[in-house]
Design a protein around this ligand. Structure first.
Ligand code: ATP
Length: 306
């Protein structure tokens, strides 16, 4: 199988459907980390965004069937994942936040080992492993020990292992943490290539990770859904709420204390700040078209969830 086939052809022929009905999760200490989530997701790249502690990892672990919701139901193609986790697991590729690869093994050895653990038919393993390594751009390095890899290369090994079973559902948790800008860009492009007929759920608190790729956004704040929809609609909702204002450098601390500043740029005539606010912070401030980062900041500010 060529790499293009690997990229575009998940195991299941029918389009994926993931449905959450009033899903919640309460930790044993009583902390309600996720509450009342209703979602319907199909093919595409879903960016799951939220500030630290919003409940993203808790949700990802429930979606990956590592924990069960303490409230509500998660349905994969109509099957309740609490009653029958194996239907979803057979279709799942998962790259957790902490991905442990064995540094003493080569990428190829490691993937062959995982293919055996995942129960892939032995006759197909060698070709499948090489196709997955090819897809993530590690063909040339496949016989090198993982211990010698950069952070970005290790993350690509993580994606390759998640693709072994041709998943219809690919879940990736905070994949770009610790990567340099070039590796981040490469990783983002890879995820875009992988979308095809899959549902890819990418959790992050970094807006630029999903800016170019997400077809849909799911935004959590304090365990609750505060937005589901397209990036374009989120930006449209912030229209007229983003301001460009040049202030004297000496007043910057004061401006930061009084307003929500989501960017600043030093200029010879002062500091140009980007502010999200319902009304103009000054008669000298000018409304500008919101970027996704600013629209996200506006949503969180207006939801009181920053
Ligand atoms: N084992 C646990 N017991 C109790 N509370 C927990 C536990 N794990 C996480 N939490 C709490 O649940 C909430 C959601 O945590 P979670 O890790 O899901 O958030 P997150 O959005 O993934 O954040 P981050 O981006 O920091 O990983 C947080 O308030 C966190 O402190």
């Amino acid at each position: 199988m060529g790499s293009a086939d690997v990229a575009s052809a998940p195991a299941s022929a029918s389009p994926p459907s993931l449905q959450l009905e009033s899903v919640g999760f309460r930790y044993p200490n009583g902390h309600h980390a996720v509450a009342g989530l209703n979602l319907r997701l199909g093919t595409g790249i879903v960016g799951l965004l939220g500030p630290n502690g919003a409940g993203k990892s808790t949700l990802m672990r429930m979606l990956a069937t590592l924990t069960r919701p303490t409230e509500g139901r998660i349905l994969w193609n109509g099957t309740d994942t609490a009653r029958d986790p194996n239907t979803l697991r057979a279709a799942l590729g998962y790259l957790p936040q902490e991905f442990g690869a064995y540094p003493a093994l080569s990428a190829r050895e490691f993937l062959r080992y995982l293919a055996a653990v995942k129960g892939l038919p032995h006759a197909q393993t060698a070709a499948r492993v090489d196709a997955c390594l090819d897809l993530v751009g590690l063909s040339e390095a496949r016989d090198q020990r993982i211990g010698t890899f950069s952070g970005g290369m290790r993350q690509r090994v993580g994606i390759a292992q998640a693709l072994l079973n041709e998943p219809a559902l690919l879940i990736v948790d905070e994949p770009t943490v610790g990567l340099d800008p070039e590796e981040r860009l490469r990783f983002r492009n890879l995820l875009t290539d992988l979308a095809g007929q899959r549902l890819v759920i990418l959790s992050t608190h970094i807006v630029s990770d999903i800016e170019a790729s997400a077809t849909e956004l799911v935004i959590l704040s304090k365990g609750r859904l505060c937005y589901q929809g397209s990036p374009e609609a989120l930006m449209a909702a912030a229209e007229g709420k983003v301001w460009d204002w040049t202030v004297p450098a000496a007043t910057l601390a004061e401006v930061r204390a009084a307003h929500q500043v989501c960017g600043s740029l030093r200029r010879p005539d002062g500091v140009r700040v980007r502010i999200v606010a319902a009304n103009a912070p000054s008669a000298h401030a000018e409304a500008v078209a919101p970027g996704l980062e600013e629209a996200y900041a506006w949503l969180l500010a207006s939801a009181g969830g920053v």
